[in-house]
Ligand binder design. Structure first.
Ligand SMILES: [Ca+2]
Ligand SMILES: [Ca+2]
Length: 231
């Protein structure tokens, strides 16, 4: 019986370690730190989203900004818009609201399930009264209300995280190259329209649907072991 309890305790410890690891944030200093890659091909670019809301990943000092990777095949053309839309489609924790104007499409709002316990996002392009259902999650929206999302491109292409320049073109007209870095950064400065460069990003985590099942399994073994002991 003691052996059974030891196995249960070990399984629970493994599950807790696994969950802890899935939350532990890695700062992205270069492309080698990216965990969540979308697409396939020899070309690689990075997307950084910086909510600038003082919220970090659980038990971490990073997460106000997050980074994803994007790959595409040689010989094909991809824009900043293609990258953002592909990553939003691939990551169930990320939600992006776009706004279409006569001059083109832009980002209106972005949300992210930061503590990985779920949450939905309601964007309000009319009045800027949108919100996240979970106050723990990232949520920023606005165009001429509340604030707005600014678009940056890397000062240089390459493996390492570069300095940032405000983009001179919209994301639909931004052509990516191998080693491109793009960033969105939120500002509330509606007086001078200054936009803070993105924070140092944490690597966005690959969804791990097995995590909760593993924990439930370990808890189940523990319950069985306790029942066994009473007999
Ligand atoms: Ca959440
Ligand atoms: Ca929560």
């Amino acid at each position: 019986m003691k052996k059974q309890i030891r196995i249960a305790a070990l399984a629970l410890a493994c599950a807790i370690t696994f969950i802890h690891q899935s939350f532990a944030a890695t700062p992205v200093d270069g492309m080698e730190d990216i965990e969540f890659w979308v697409g396939t091909g020899a070309n690689e670019a990075v997307l950084v989203i910086s909510w600038n809301d003082d919220k970090n990943l659980p038990s971490s000092s990073f997460g106000e900004a997050l980074a994803w990777g994007y790959r595409w095949e040689t010989g094909q053309t991809r824009t900043g818009e293609d990258m953002l839309k592909a990553i939003e489609l691939a990551d169930p924790r990320l939600a992006v609201a776009f706004q279409v104007f006569s001059f083109g499409t832009t980002v209106y709002g972005m949300g992210y399930d930061l503590d990985a316990d779920g949450g939905t996002f309601t964007f309000d392009t009319e009045n800027g009264n949108g919100s996240a259902s979970d106050a723990d999650d990232h949520f920023q929206e606005g165009f001429i209300s509340k604030g707005f999302w600014g678009y940056f491109v890397g000062a240089a292409d390459g493996e390492q995280r570069p300095g940032w320049n405000e983009a001179q073109v919209g994301f639909s007209a931004r052509t990516l190259s191998d080693g491109s870095w793009d960033a969105w950064s939120y500002t509330t400065d509606l007086v001078n329209f200054t936009i803070p460069p993105p924070e140092i990003p944490a690597a966005a985590a690959v969804p791990e649907p097995g995590t909760m099942a593993l924990l439930a399994g370990a808890a189940g073994i523990l319950v069985l072991a306790r029942r066994g002991k009473r007999r």
